[in-house]
Design a binder for this molecule. Structure first.
Ligand SMILES: Cc1cc2nc3c(=O)[nH]c(=O)nc-3n(C[C@H](O)[C@H](O)[C@H](O)COP(=O)(O)OP(=O)(O)OC[C@H]3O[C@@H](n4cnc5c(N)ncnc54)[C@H](O)[C@@H]3O)c2cc1C
Length: 420
């Protein structure tokens, strides 16, 4: 039995390993020059590959229920992910529930997966972008363009054709600027699949207050964020490190909101984000600090810069406050008012960043067309896995978990076919 896997990414290589274990002849076709290009970039190069808190509530889909996600996590949850990697030569380490390879390097995960596919007799053919999948009376014909490169430059391309009995479409998405010209969605559509409209998720928010962000770009600070709707109603809160950029805000806490913000923007809702910087800093502590420094020759901006990032202090004080005013001449009440202005600003959201700047895409292949083993209801012998499907997770290892799990279940199901 011959299997072709389209895409040597997270779910594709996992499916390839499980199928190859059963003696199936596996060829993985990868459009890029090497396997796992997106994987190298995950978790800032450290690959946050799963999470201890693994429940379907951390995932989104437009399907009427989360049955497929629940079943997937029940069969292949975070413990199975850790076991799978341990079996394939990667020891896990935990940080506050988030799991990474002990090496701290995403590259070790990619190498382990590639090594295992090849050890089991499978092959990974790079620089080979799949351009079409045709169903035959028995099996499939896969067409691809193979690039011959020298010094990373394409010298020649040639059309290739592969016959196979089974196919796993694991081509992911172009989120983060990865992926190929012919996308997984193009290939899925050609097989008759319905694609739920896709939007960027896990990305930064573009804010209206451009001048403020030009002055504060680069700041990283602990914050509590509240996303607010049209009439000021709270839509959700997130806590984490906030990063300021010229376009607005970024960081994990912002990423967690971005899906909801994108949804709101699409519905033309007015949205804002209220930020509480250093939420653990108590008023009493600031008062003590003020009293301690009251008789020194410090200016208000100098004292505030001992509490908050300097750029932030200057950006806020510029509007209608004298930054050089001595602390000596500033009452506690006046000082506290400034602290409050500084710590709880609110910004208008203008949009979310594009697909190139997003970690994942929301939307994808309609789950009603997918069975619990990730085979499709539309085409016999065809499986669809990973981010291509209408499932996206929160930031924290959830998207990779779904990729490993769906690839594993597809591979296992294919392996069972040899026992019939
Ligand atoms: C910057 C960044 C950081 C991230 N960090 C994390 C993290 O720390 N934790 C987490 O859980 N998730 C993270 N993610 C998300 C995660 O990487 C993806 O959800 C996951 O890799 C999806 O797996 P997949 O198998 O569906 O697709 P991918 O891993 O993207 O693999 C798809 C493969 O298919 C190939 N391909 C595409 N089209 C074709 C074609 N026509 N022919 C041949 N090959 C093709 C692609 O080149 C690619 O190698 C991150 C994403 C980004 C962009």
């Amino acid at each position: 039995m011959k299997l072709i896997v389209v895409g040597a990414g997270a779910s594709g290589m996992t499916a390839a390993i499980e199928a190859a274990k059963a003696g199936i002849s596996v060829t993985v076709l990868e459009g890029k020059e090497k396997a796992g290009k997106k994987l190298y970039a995950t978790g800032n190069g450290k690959c946050n590959f799963t999470n201890r808190n693994m429940e379907s509530s951390f995932y989104y889909t437009s399907a009427p229920d989360k049955g497929l996600i629940e079943n997937t996590l029940k069969t292949f949850g975070f413990e199975q992910a850790i076991h799978f990697f341990s079996e394939n030569g990667i020891l896990a380490k935990e940080r506050a529930g988030y799991y990474y390879p002990s090496s701290g390097q995403a590259s070790s995960v990619v190498r382990a997966l590639e090594r295992r596919v090849c050890e089991l007799g499978g092959e990974i053919v790079c620089d080979t972008e799949v351009t079409g999948i045709k169903t035959r009376k028995k099996g499939f014909e896969v067409t691809a363009i193979h690039s011959i490169k020298q010094d990373r430059k394409v010298q020649k391309t040639e059309q290739k054709s592969y016959d196979c009995d089974l196919i796993v479409l694991a081509a992911g998405t172009r989120a983060g600027g990865f992926g190929c010209e012919v996308t997984g969605f193009d290939l899925a559509k050609s097989l008759g699949h319905r694609i739920i409209p896709v939007t960027p998720a896990l990305t930064g928010l573009i804010c209206k207050e451009k001048k403020f962000f030009q002055k504060t770009a680069g700041i990283r600070i602990d914050a509590l964020l509240t996303l607010k709707g049209d009439s000021g109603e709270e839509l959700g809160t997130e806590r984490g490190e906030l990063q300021f950029a010229e376009y607005g805000i970024s960081g994990i806490a912002v990423f967690q909101f971005s899906r909801m913000a994108a949804d709101g923007m699409r519905k033309k809702r007015k949205m804002s984000v209220k930020i509480h910087f250093l939420p653990d800093l108590e008023k009493i502590k600031i008062k003590d600090f003020y009293e301690t420094n009251r008789s020194t020759g410090l200016s208000v901006s100098e004292l505030l810069s001992g509490i908050y990032p300097e750029k932030l202090v200057h950006a806020v004080l510029e509007s209608g406050h004298d930054p050089d005013r001595p602390v000596k001449k500033t009452t506690w009440e006046e000082f506290w008012k400034l602290c409050e202005r500084l710590t709880k600003p609110e910004f208008q959201i203008e949009g979310v960043r594009d697909m190139k700047n997003a970690q994942v895409l929301a939307g994808g292949v309609d789950l009603s067309e997918i069975r619990e083993d990730f085979s499709t209801r539309l085409t016999k012998g065809c499986y669809l896995t990973g981010e291509l499907l209408d499932v996206d997770g929160k930031c924290g290892g959830y998207n990779l978990q779904f990729a490993w799990a769906s690839g594993y279940l597809a591979g296992k199901s294919i392996a069972k076919l040899t026992q019939r």
